[in-house]
Design a binder for this molecule. Structure first.
Ligand code: OAD
Length: 232
């Protein structure tokens, strides 16, 4: 029997219990940093050192944290479902937990790429990228991150995956950032949608939503058990 398809859209909230700050909660990253100074092409042109430091410190932190119960529960879901994860996160905690299909919409912190040819992408060894580190063609490397104002190349693929969902789960995202927040519009009519988030998520426009107002580390394992038992 073919397995039903579950598509999961994750955001910063799923990694919060691992110790990684979200962006828009109180105390979140965008309270401490100005987006336009660290996460835009203009910032890179004006102050490359600051941008490099910002991503180096986040990368360093990533080497110190571990996946949590929310990430592991999504791995368990694969026992009875065909699971695709679409994440806005640039961490690698889904992969480290063991999820087999993970699409990164906003790039990956542990990768860097050429600043002149986006196809030249490299795994960074360790956490530090330095000014003067170059690609094979001699150009400065930059973080492999989708900055504000840049296209999101993975969106068409993510929309295609979303349209195949039999069940759709949204975890730990404020649904503030487009085009990621618009992916839910590609869910087929009638497909059940779950939102796991302890905070307020703007979702009045999303039909068939069941809210699980809990942290990912509790809400996800609970929902996963329920879905596994339904699958028989
Ligand atoms: P936000 O910081 O906007 O939203 C985080 C969400 O996680 C909120 O809805 C919180 O209520 C929720 N949350 C907090 N703790 C949680 C927990 N323990 N379990 C579950 N949920 C929890 O983060 P994103 O929506 O992911 O983009 O932000 C989207 C994009 O904006 C990011 O990918 C990043 C950012 O600017 C780029 O850097 C390009």
């Amino acid at each position: 029997m073919t397995k039903k398809k579950i598509v999961v859209l994750t955001g910063a909230g799923i990694s919060a219990e691992s110790g990684i700050s979200t962006f828009r909660d109180s105390g979140g990253l965008w309270e401490k940093y100005d987006i336009s100074e660290v996460a835009t092409p203009g910032a890179w042109e004006r102050n490359m050192d600051l941008v490099i430091d910002f991503y180096n410190s986040r990368r360093k932190q990533l080497h110190e944290v571990k996946p949590n119960a929310g990430h592991y529960a999504l791995v368990k879901l694969e026992e009875k479902y065909d699971v695709d994860i679409i994440t806005q996160n640039v961490d690698d905690l889904h992969e480290r937990a063991g999820s087999s299909k993970v699409l990164h919409l906003h790039g990956e912190l542990k990768k860097v790429r050429s600043s002149v040819d986006e196809n030249l992408v490299y795994e960074l060894k360790g956490w530090e990228m330095k000014k003067g580190d170059t690609c094979e063609r001699g150009s400065q490397l930059r973080p492999h991150i989708v900055w504000f104002g840049e296209p999101v190349p993975m969106i068409p693929r993510a929309a295609e995956i979303t349209s195949t969902a039999d069940i759709y789960i949204i975890i730990g995202t404020s649904l503030n950032v487009y085009p990621a927040a618009g992916l839910v519009n590609y869910v087929k009519p009638g497909v059940p949608i779950y939102i796991i988030d302890p905070g307020e998520v703007y979702a009045t426009h999303i039909p068939n939503v069941k809210f699980i107002k809990e942290k990912a580390g509790h809400g996800t394992p609970k929902l996963v058990e329920e879905l596994l038992s339904k699958a028989g």
